[in-house]
Design a protein around this ligand. Structure first.
Ligand code: AMP
Length: 610
């Protein structure tokens, strides 16, 4: 049976999990961390860095280090979210060729799916290192409130990374899956998911027969930890401007340091009631004096600064309960997901709203990835040991634009997916051979307020008098939440294939080119890893030999044979050092055997005399 991994592609951190012998486990990366920062950077030398290694150099390479790409995925260049990101991000966001936005690192422009693909590819490598086999199939999670463009773009990211995304599932649903899997429970639960960039709330019924049914879902794809950080940044920047008359927002490096400090302070305030933000030499004054930023932030101030953000999550919870037609007392458990739910005020407000304490024992950073791995294993399971049914809903209403610029609903929000609806279209003129249809997603009555998923033109209609040609158009949402459209001439039964041209998506050619780049990188990355291993092994052996040197010298000083061996050992070490300095990995690899032999001999000599 082919293995499937589950990836929680988070705004700030990503997590990969797999089911082993029926148990889902999170896979740690090489550094031993169970989550990997969703960060990508390109160094001055053109080297790509992903994860912790990218995060570590973010301050000194702020312009070429991308974080929170998920907030931009599937977004249009002229959207308010992109405008906001341009204001606040230290990296360069530029206009793409399809009305999309892209990111420039060094001299290359990357599409957002390409950046996300780099993170997915890293998680694939983490899994492959652990499992010792190549992985091709994956289940990726997305915020429940993602629209079709965002889902499609996430799928593209998977393809670029060389992964077959066999299913996209919603993050809260995934968390509920990990929570309820194998427990044989019948329970109605709410999943409150406040992560780095997005907020989702889903209400689900879990049944002991293994059915996980989402009743309603709502959220905000631009409400998360980063907004909390931004409030702290603004507070710090405004205070600094007041004191020194200098706007730190103009300095990319200062902005990146502020971002780190704000996030750190926010996290610390989940455990303590006050913390000091201390950023020495943040900027120079007009007279070239170094200025420092130092300010005490209390938990109470943080709560004040972010009160409206927490209020908004609660309002959305209220809406969702209404949609589900459920009272608070009908919920039997509240599952908290996402790093931001560690903030005491968030927990307090959630408990107060739902009138019960959230459940403990679910790890907020790992539960989404675990759920994705369970879904992945279930999709390929032939033994029926993992039998379960996941019934999710569409978070947005799907419809089309009609006369007057209005939005006509076809599939209402919170409809269980997969689903499809058909709609007849008739010609409005004699001999009309084409009809243009705009497909949108959203809740507004006015079409222009909703997200345009794409437009298509029904062509090749039979020439006939007005109203005599009836075309039945079927709109479908699959289990991934992705929309597709088909059309049929009712009289002739002739099918028309329609491609909805996504207004900000990538073309197939672009995806193919990006796939080639990504697979080239995978080869380089594996080679780099192999080189690093040789280098580390050589350095360890050299250090060990040098540590034993004085003892060995003392022990064998009296014998010619001993001196000979010592000279030889010195030669081996010197040679290895030169190869290391030259970066001659192939030569170093050949030298490993001599180094190993010398180290064993030294150990033997010291061991015998002890
Ligand atoms: P996630 O997207 O679930 O990885 O959540 C990441 C967000 O959680 C980031 O905004 C973090 O700053 C935030 N976070 C992580 N730990 C804490 C903490 N102890 N207190 C408050 N926020 C936290």
């Amino acid at each position: 049976m082919e293995r499937v991994i589950g990836i929680d592609l988070g705004t700030f951190n990503s997590c990969v999990a797999v089911v082993e012998s029926g148990t889902p486990v999170v896979i740690a990366n090489r550094g031993g961390y169970k989550v990997t920062p969703s960060m990508v950077a390109v160094t001055e030398g053109g080297k790509r860095l992903v994860g912790h290694i990218a995060k570590r150099q973010a301050v000194t390479n702020a312009e070429n280090t991308v974080f929170a790409a998920k907030r931009l995925i599937g977004r249009k260049w002229d959207s308010p979210q992109v405008k906001n990101a341009i204001q606040t991000c230290p990296f360069h966001i530029v206009e793409g060729p399809h009305g999309d936005c892209r990111i420039k690192m060094r001299d290359k422009v990357y599409s957002i799916p390409e950046v996300s693909a780099m993170v997915l590819q890293e998680m694939k490598l983490v899994a492959e290192d652990y499992l010792g086999e190549e992985i091709n199939k994956v289940v990726v999670t997305v915020p429940a409130y993602f629209n079709d463009n965002q889902r499609q773009a996430t799928k593209d990211a998977g393809a670029i990374a060389g992964l077959d995304v066999i299913r996209i599932i919603n993050e809260p649903t995934s968390a509920a899956l990990a929570y309820g899997f194998g427990k044989n429970i019948d329970r109605t639960v709410a999943v409150f998911d406040l992560g780095g960039g997005t907020f989702d709330i889903s209400i689900l019924e879990i049944s002991s027969s293994g059915v996980f049914k989402v009743i309603s879902t709502a959220g905000d794809t631009f409400l998360g930890g980063e907004d909390f950080d931004q409030r702290v940044i603004d507070w710090l920047v405004d205070g600094f401007q007041h004191e020194h008359g200098i706007d730190l927002r103009q300095d990319r490096m200062a902005l990146q340091r502020l971002k780190d400090a704000a996030e750190k302070a926010k996290c610390e305030l989940s455990a303590v009631t006050e913390t000091e933000v201390n950023l020495p030499f943040i900027i120079s004054s007009a007279r070239n004096e170094a200025l420092h930023l130092q300010r005490l932030l209390t938990r109470a101030t943080l709560e004040e600064l972010t009160a409206d953000l927490i209020d908004r999550t609660v309002q959305i919870c209220e809406l969702t309960l209404g949609e589900a037609a459920l009272g608070k007392d009908e919920l039997e458990d509240i599952i908290l997901v996402g790093g931001m739910t560690r903030m005491p005020k968030v927990q307090e407000r959630v408990s107060k709203f739902f009138q019960r304490d959230p459940c403990k024992g679910v790890h907020p950073d790992e539960v989404v990835g675990l759920g994705a791995s369970i879904q992945g294993a279930a999709l390929v399971d032939e033994t029926h040991e993992m039998d379960m049914v996941l019934l999710d809903v569409t978070p947005h209403t799907l419809g089309i634009m009609v006369v007057g610029g209005y939005f006509e609903e076809l599939i209402p929000q919170n409809t269980t997916v997969p689903t499809s609806r058909s709609k007849p279209f008739t010609t409005v003129r004699d001999n009309q051979t084409a009809v243009k249809i705009l497909v949108l997603q959203g809740e507004s009555r006015r079409a222009e307020d909703n997200e345009l998923l794409g437009e298509f033109i029904l062509t090749g209609l039979r020439r006939a008098p007005v109203g005599q040609v009836e075309v039945e158009v079927t709109f479908e949402i699959n289990a991934d939440g992705i929309v597709s459209v088909h059309a049929k001439d009712v009289e002739t039964g002739k099918e028309q294939s329609i491609t909805v041209t996504a207004t900000s998506g990538l073309t197939e050619d672009e995806i193919n080119d990006m796939m080639v780049d990504a697979s080239d990188y995978a080869v380089t990355r594996r080679e780099d890893e192999a080189s690093e291993q040789v280098r580390q092994e050589a350095e360890t052996l050299i250090a060990e030999i040098e540590r034993l040197f004085p003892d060995v010298e003392q022990i064998v000083a009296g014998s010619d044979f001993g001196r000979d061996a010592i000279d030889k050992a010195k030669g081996v070490v010197d040679n290895a050092r030169t190869l290391l300095e030259r970066g001659d990995i192939a030569g170093l690899k050949d030298e490993l055997e001599s180094l190993g032999r010398t180290q064993r001999m030294f150990k033997g000599v010291v061991g015998k005399s002890a």
